[in-house]
Design a protein around this ligand. Structure first.
Ligand SMILES: C[S@@+](CC[C@H](N)C(=O)[O-])C[C@H]1O[C@@H](n2cnc3c(N)ncnc32)[C@H](O)[C@@H]1O
Length: 250
């Protein structure tokens, strides 16, 4: 296990209890909604229109609510996560909501599945920010069948440049760090995140045989709320604080 995978496992095992409540609310939600502003799937349009019968893997599934939404739409999801504590919550929520799918304790940078096992790989703030993109994106591409889709939600590049080192403080209107070379982020809380600039991301995706179909820049509704302190609604209404890559294996 690489150092950042080890550190992120310890961090998420510690934080898991704080995420159980949100996990339960999302499991209970009748329709998917995304990111820190709970943007409805009907306006965000992340998911393929037809999920029926698709083999899906959620990379960094946490409490498993995205996989639950996929299962309710007819897909066959597998949830993979690096934290046994997060998966324990996911198992409790499976019992509570009477919906079961496989949950696997593993590292998304080395997923224990054969090549071309899935039609859809998805990650909402999972592997998409906690794994090294130069490791998890080639791995996701390997797992996909030809024509399969990878969809992942991350903090926007702009937000990563405007976020103060103290993540209890909201993003500023100034660029606080260089764009060139952005990759590994250590916020000093024990965990490690990864964020790439757009050119680097496009080149990486293409080198893995993944064609970019869309980059959705999410904008919250004027009355949206969030429990996260690192960005305000005023900021997020002016600039995208979250982005979703929709790419397809050729
Ligand atoms: C914010 S949660 C994402 C789940 C959910 N969508 C959410 O927003 O709560 C981040 C998850 O990524 C997982 N994660 C971090 N590093 C990982 C890795 N190397 N492989 C798989 N999962 C990982 C963490 O354990 C954690 O459960």
């Amino acid at each position: 296990m690489t150092d950042h995978v080890h550190r992120n496992r310890a961090a998420w095992d510690k934080w898991a209890t704080e995420y159980a409540g949100a996990g339960e609310r999302n499991w209970a939600a009748p329709e998917p909604s995304w990111g820190i502003w709970d943007i409805a799937e009907t306006s965000a349009g992340l998911l393929p229109a037809d999920l029926d019968g698709l083999d899906c893997i959620e990379l960094g599934c946490g409490t498993g609510y995205v996989s639950a939404w996929l299962a309710r739409r007819g897909a066959r999801p597998v949830g993979l996560d690096n934290s046994s504590a997060q998966l324990a919550t996911a198992r409790q929520l499976q019992d509570r909501f009477g919906l079961r799918f496989p949950l696997l304790h593993a590292d998304a940078e080395q997923a224990p599945f054969a090549d071309a096992s899935f039609d859809l790989a998805i990650s909402e703030y999972g592997a998409s920010i906690w794994c090294d993109p130069y490791a998890w994106i080639p791995e996701a591409a390997r797992l996909l069948r030809p024509g399969g889709q990878l969809i992942f939600l991350v903090n926007s590049v702009l937000l990563m440049l405007a976020a103060p080192d103290d993540d209890d403080q909201p993003a500023t209107e100034k660029l606080l760090r260089p764009y060139f070379g952005m990759h590994k982020f250590d916020w000093g809380d024990g965990s490690i995140e990864f964020h790439l600039g757009h050119g680097d991301m496009i080149r990486l995706l293409r080198s893995c045989g993944l064609q970019v179909e869309d980059l959705l820049e999410l904008r919250p509704e004027p009355d949206a709320t969030t429990r996260y302190p690192f960005v305000t609604l005023e900021w997020s209404r002016q600039w995208p604080c979250e982005e979703v890559w929709r790419v397809r294996k050729s």
